[in-house]
Design a protein around this ligand. Structure first.
Ligand code: ACO
Length: 321
């Protein structure tokens, strides 16, 4: 007994920042950003909070699944950081929804949604839940150095959600982490206490990364995950109907697709519209396809993500089971 996804939802902020807007604040161009990443614009929180878009994504997923918030047995949010350090974003979403169940956040960076599926799966297997809401919501824009062209062009804000119930959809799921924090990180920045002599908390709270190292890690890891997860599921890459890969960079997605010798039609992308929204990319893409009625019962859907940590996760589901 594992899970099946019975509803999805998403919400992104209305403010779209185009590549041409960024070229007014840093030395960059639409041509550079498009050719290196595929991104054309990203959504940025301005008049709303992360909680607001999390609530909208959650409500959309509840509606799509025909679930009342009171039926939920668990709410999991995946986020780098909610609007508050404590309480968790999940508890704040719960209050907005009027749910009555345990709620907590998971931080596995961009791999968060897959990590949440894994955790949800164990709740169903141990019969501790009948329905679980996952909300992956990210406010990346607050962690960006908007004068650093190497990073500020890549990311955006957004939220994706899914409602799960006990079911038989899961064919393969595995998680990995390398325990690396030099390649990609966001330091915590707090004023030093009178006792702190480490200096460790005074770095600027901006995202920094080694883009080329991430690129190599991503292509290798996702390609390995396709091979190992399909083997575990007793299928091949040819049997997969849709590959929903973490929407970090179009070139990474294309490199994986070519290594797997698969057609473009199996690799939907939306990163041109949103940039990299960390753990929200996969559920936002999932909801876009679901709301366009692209999935048929029995379709095999491959989802994978990679991120800071360095974490990665992969999941294959059979839609509608
Ligand atoms: N506009 C113009 N020039 C730029 C920009 C920009 N936005 N950003 C960097 N450059 C310049 C650099 O300054 C450098 O110039 P220099 O040679 O004069 O110093 C030059 O372009 C090349 O810089 P690189 O960092 O080597 O550029 P690269 O070709 O590697 O592309 C990129 C950078 C797009 C980040 C690439 O490394 C990549 O795709 N990495 C994958 C990582 C990724 O996608 N990260 C985001 C997701 S992370 C995650 O989700 C966990």
């Amino acid at each position: 007994m594992s899970f099946t996804i019975i509803g999805t939802g998403r919400s992104v902020p209305p403010l779209a920042v185009k590549n041409s807007d960024l070229s007014k604040i840093v030395e960059t161009s639409d041509e550079w950003i498009t050719s290196r990443t595929g991104i054309k614009e990203r959504r940025v929180l301005s008049g709303e909070t992360l909680l607001d878009i999390s609530e909208k994504a959650a409500l959309a997923a509840l509606k799509n699944s025909g679930t009342d918030a009171k039926e939920l047995d668990l709410i999991l949010c995946t986020t780098l950081q909610g609007d508050y350090i404590t309480p968790s974003l999940a508890c704040m979403v719960m209050e907005r929804l009027g749910a009555e169940c345990p709620a907590f956040d998971i931080n596995a960076a961009c791999s968060g949604f897959i990590y949440a599926l894994d955790l949800a799966s164990s709740y169903f297997e141990t019969k501790r839940a009948k329905k679980i809401l996952i909300v992956s919501a990210e406010h990346l824009s607050k962690f960006l150095d908007w004068s650093d062209r190497r990073t500020c062009v890549l990311f955006g804000d957004g939220a994706g959600a899914a409602v799960l119930k006990a079911g038989e959809s899961l064919l393969a799921l595995s998680l990995r982490a390398k325990g690396n924090y030099s390649v990609l990180n966001i330091p915590s920045n707090v004023p030093p206490t009178p006792f702190d002599v480490s200096g460790g908390y005074q770095k600027k709270q901006f995202l920094t990364m080694n883009g080329q190292e991430i690129y190599k890690f991503a292509v290798t890891t996702v390609a390995e995950d396709v091979i190992s997860a399909t083997k575990k599921a007793g299928i091949t890459a040819d049997d997969i109907d849709y590959f929903l890969l973490h929407q970090a960079n179009g070139r990474i997605i294309d490199a994986v697709r070519q290594r797997m010798n698969q057609p473009e039609s199996k690799f939907p992308v939306n990163l041109m519209n949103y940039g990299n929204t960390s753990s929200a990319t996969v559920p936002i893409l999932l909801d876009e396809l679901n709301s366009e009625n692209r999935f048929k019962k029995g379709d095999l859907i491959f989802m994978s993500a990679f991120g800071a940590g360095l974490t990665s996760g992969v999941c294959i589901i059979k839609w509608g089971y």
